[in-house]
Design a binder for this molecule. Structure first.
Ligand SMILES: Nc1ncnc2c1ncn2[C@@H]1O[C@H](COP(=O)(O)OP(=O)(O)OP(=O)(O)O)[C@@H](O)[C@H]1O
Ligand SMILES: [Mg+2]
Length: 917
């Protein structure tokens, strides 16, 4: 829905007015030209070299080409913000009603409606500006960076350093590692086992292989296809494009184009990544529909009743229009943006950065948190525990082969290692002075979470004609590729009994919380063809390395704290089920029956949904299965958060209602997530959940108070249409009253919140809102009818114009006073007391309403609004009505809480069916 704040993303955001931007065919043509040149010519054309640009020149180029971003300058963002404000359905409704009023000649009303539109849009634009600033600041705290090679001066040595993505320029040399976003359109200079996910550009979910052409070779353009169509360019193996991410392997590349001159830049309007609809989007849609529905029923009804009783009159028509305007919550978008921005700022105090502001609501609504294991439940300080041969004896040779696998895979150029296990291995090898640089790297077949193993091929000095493949990975997955076993007295064939025994060794260590990786090797005759995963066969198992990762001390408390807030924690890990079970127990999670990836592969979504409901730990699952479980849980009505930090977590991060990652996560995880934890601590998630609920509770209060008051007013107007020979309030007065009320209620975004409201997940529930309005709105009507009786008594039953003015003013004043009282009586769970009162800004807002009510009739504005000073007796009578209203609404609210408490006890089933609605 257009009134919801737009999601802010770290990827360059699409700009709506892209007329002056390079056109796609031009961009494609230029890229095709670069694709067809030998590498050296590309570098020459860009005035660059393998040693990188000089810093000064990079700055000059930055000034010439602009930042590597697609989001437009502030001015155009302002234009789009205004458009966004104008196209929200409530302002749209007002514009139509204003137009009709003007066409009917009711210029006063048209002017007031115009003022409402202006104020609402102005506040909305200002709020969105602030909102963007908050989002920008928050995002700057977790800004995506890329590794470039540059030189301080022309003869200084090249150095690698991290720069923010937007500082890249054409000609820069960048290095790519798994998890990195491709920062611009680039041509590969070198690559090792590189695979990238281009789904943003092609919609193709599977990663595609990319490969540099051999040095100095003239690229074979036929490999790209003769056509210059989109896919031909995108499929070029030696070009990578902004918007894609590295899923495996490493590379070095030269930047060809940045910002809007990139392929993604030229196509962004059509191909900007779309996220699935989240709990917030669904909630906003439901409430908007309910509100517009209410207006479409009530306003014509008021008109029809009026016309039926008094005949079709012009006054009746525009009275109906005013009622419609009165029911339009035109300030709701402003209120929601304000509340979300406040929540996001508050979350920072708990070291939680909200990248997309609606995520703060989704955190409060979350009732299941699925989490990866390493780094969230554990400390992410993985250490090597043992290195053993197949018979369980410590063996330094096993450590050497495993560390060589990590070292070669990590590539001399790349700074980022594959993952925490490789990092631990290299650190340990270094500590034990095990050499890892005495071989020549031939090939890397990178680790991926689906194969669960990774291999390298190396050539050792003194062994001409022979390559050595070294594979390491999960025990089951490496054993699959082995046919032999290393024994102290030589290699022997691997029997079924050995497989069983070795599998048991893995299980034994796993039960103790040690993750074993199997290590296997094989000699291969040297060959010109490249090696691939198919060559991982006929290996000899030489032993295992074991890793231990201590559980986080705060994990148990955090899981308890989330459970107390009604958030179930589920663990989704690629690790061994017994390791997962051990870590979970240490973190205070009862693992119950663990479900494996293989178990769910053949199941339907419905069966997985059923299983997921009963399961706490899923082990040995691959990235797509993680995402599938998240999607299925969402489809059963749960609001799902996903917390993860690896390349393998990014699909699930995107598919969740709220994706959460940690600051040290790989770039793609940070890009995919909505929330970044600055301290990778589950406890801060619990705090952020509370902030989310605080935020939402205030939005809910605003909706409940405004809509029930407005609905009560509509009922009063209906009654008045039948009972009175004249209109109970003039249309202009209705509009002014509505404007004052809506504005003075905005500070509710900053109100205090009752602790009990923070205990359960909370989200928009239009059915509950409707029940609330139907229950409490009529109390307002009751007070109004009493006021009508008193006013009629004072003014006489057939009052002339002067007495009618007293009636109108009387009701105007009564309305504002009761509405101010409603704010205090309905805002909390309990009735107001010195210990439980509204926050200062809310007090200020309601004081303003009371002041307007008590000053306006005696001010110079009274005459243009057809109001008049009220007699003292009238004022006294209204005070009595106010007291009566307070008593009634207090009683009605207590009764509502009793009835609702009984019908909506937060059972899990209840939460689900509520969300499904
Ligand atoms: N660098 C590596 N080299 C070889 N095998 C690995 C490597 N990293 C992980 N594995 C194996 O692959 C399995 C799955 O790892 P992956 O990183 O995909 O799991 P994950 O879901 O991220 O796990 P976690 O919950 O521990 O974060 C591991 O249990 C391990 O057996
Ligand atoms: Mg992980």
């Amino acid at each position: 829905m257009a009134w919801a704040p737009e999601s802010a993303s770290a990827l360059p955001e699409p700009r709506p007015d892209a007329a002056d931007e390079p056109r796609l065919p031009d961009v494609r043509g230029r890229l095709a030209e670069y694709a067809a040149m030998p590498v050296l010519q590309v570098l020459r054309r860009l005035d660059s070299g393998p040693r990188g640009l000089e810093e000064d020149r990079a700055q000059t180029l930055l000034a010439r080409h602009g930042e590597n971003a697609i989001a437009g300058p502030t001015a155009s963002r302002r234009g789009s913000r205004l458009l966004h404000a104008l196209t929200n359905p409530f302002v749209g409704t007002l514009l139509v009603l204003g137009g009709v009023s003007a066409a009917l000649g009711a210029f006063g009303a048209a002017t007031v409606i115009g003022v409402m539109v202006l104020i609402s849009c102005w506040l909305q634009v200002r709020q969105e500006q602030r909102f963007d600033r908050v989002a920008d600041t928050l995002r700057a705290m977790v800004v995506a960076t890329t590794t470039v090679v540059r030189r301080a001066t022309s003869d200084a040595p090249p150095t690698s350093r991290e720069v923010p993505l937007d500082q890249l320029v054409p000609g820069d040399i960048v290095t790519l590692s798994p998890g990195d976003m491709i920062p611009a359109d680039v041509r590969l200079l070198r690559s090792a086992g590189l695979a990238v996910d281009q789904a943003v550009l092609t919609g193709e979910a599977l990663p595609v292989a990319k490969q540099a052409t051999p040095e100095d070779a003239v690229p074979d353009v036929s490999a790209v296809g003769r056509s210059t169509g989109d896919l031909a360019t995108i499929d070029c193996p030696w070009l990578c494009f902004m918007g894609s991410t590295v899923t495996a392997g490493t590379g070095t590349a030269v930047v060809l184009a940045t910002g809007t001159a990139t392929y993604f830049g030229a196509m962004h309007a059509h191909l900007a990544p779309r996220r699935a609809e989240t709990a917030f989007d669904r909630g906003v849609k439901g409430v908007s529909r309910a509100l517009i529905g209410l207006m479409l029923v009530c306003a014509p009804l008021v008109f029809i009743v009026n016309a039926a009783v008094h005949g079709i009159r012009f006054a009746a028509l525009w009275f109906g229009i005013s009622v419609a305007v009165g029911l339009t919550p035109e300030m709701l978008p402003v209120m929601v943006s304000t509340a979300l921005a406040r929540g996001a700022r508050a979350a920072v105090r708990h070291n939680v950065v909200i990248k997309r502001l609606p995520a703060i609501h989704n955190l409060g609504a979350m009732d299941v948190l699925c989490t990866d294991k390493t780094g969230t439940l554990t400390q992410d300080q993985v250490g090597v525990d043992c290195h053993i041969d197949p018979d369980g004896r410590s063996d330094p040779q096993v450590l050497r082969w495993a560390a060589l696998n990590s070292a070669v895979a990590a590539d001399g150029d790349a700074i980022v290692l594959f993952n925490e296990l490789d990092e631990a291995l290299l650190a340990y090898a270094d500590q034990m002075s095990v050499p890892v640089d005495d071989v020549t790297a031939v090939e890397v077949i990178p680790f991926d979470s689906t194969r669960r193993r990774g291999s390298v091929v190396v050539r050792e000095a003194g062994r001409p004609g022979t390559d050595l493949m070294i594979t390491k990975g999960a025990v089951e997955q490496v054993l699959e590729c082995c046919t032999r076993l290393r024994r102290q007295d030589g290699d022997v064939p691997l029997t079924a009994a050995d497989r069983q025994r070795l599998g048991d060794v893995g299980d034994r260590y796993a039960a103790d919380g040690v993750r074993l990786l199997a290590v296997a090797i094989a000699d291969k005759p040297v060959r010109p063809r490249a090696y691939g995963p198919k060559d991982e066969r006929d290996l000899t198992l030489i032993g295992f390395v074991g890793f231990r990762d201590r559980p986080r001390e705060s994990a148990a408390a955090a899981v308890r704290s989330l459970a107390a807030r009604g958030v179930a924690v589920k663990v989704l890990t690629g690790d061994h089920p017994l390791v997962a079970a051990r870590i979970c127990r240490d973190a205070g999670i009862d693992p119950g029956r663990i479900v494996l990836g293989d178990d769910i592969e053949a199941l339907s979504d419905a069966e997985i949904g059923d299983l997921a409901d009963r399961t706490t730990v899923f082990a040995r699952i691959d990235p797509e299965q993680k995402a599938r479980i998240v999607r299925v849980l969402r489809s059963t009505g749960r609001t799902v958060g996903f917390l993860g930090d690896g390349v393998n977590d990014s699909p699930a991060l995107r598919d969740a209602d709220v994706g959460i990652t940690v600051d040290g996560a790989v770039a793609i995880a940070r890009e995919s997530a909505d929330v970044v934890l600055l301290r990778g601590d589950l406890l801060s998630v619990a705090e952020a959940v509370t902030e989310g609920r605080r935020t939402f509770t205030n939005i809910k209060k605003y909706l409940e108070i405004t809509i029930s008051s407005n609905f009560g007013n509509v009922l009063s107007m209906l009654a008045a249409s039948v009972l009175l020979p004249f209109l109970p309030m003039l249309p202009l007065q209705i509009l002014v009253q509505n404007l004052c009320f809506d504005l003075c209620l905005l500070p509710l975004a900053f109100d205090h919140v009752d602790q009990r409201a923070l205990r359960r997940p909370q989200t928009f529930d239009s059915a509950r809102l409707t029940r609330f309005v139907l229950w409490l709105g009529p109390v307002n009507t009751l007070a109004d009818l009493t006021a009508f009786g008193i006013l009629l008594h004072i003014t006489g039953h057939h009052p002339g114009p002067a007495a009618q003015a007293i009636f109108h003013t009387g009701w105007f004043v009564e309305n504002l006073l009761t509405q101010a009282a409603a704010v205090h009586l309905l805002r909390g769970r309990r009735l107001p007391s010195p210990r439980d009162h509204a926050a200062f800004p809310v007090l200020l807002g309601t004081t303003a309403i009371v002041t307007i009510a008590l000053v306006l009739p005696w001010s110079p504005l009274a005459a243009p609004l057809s109001m008049t000073a009220l007699p003292v007796v009238c004022l006294l009578a209204l005070v009595l009505v106010l007291v009566l209203y307070c008593l009634l609404i207090g009683a009605a609210k207590t009764a509502w809480q009793k009835v609702e408490g009984r019908t909506s006890r937060p059972t899990r089933q209840g939460t689900r069916s509520q969300a499904q609605r």
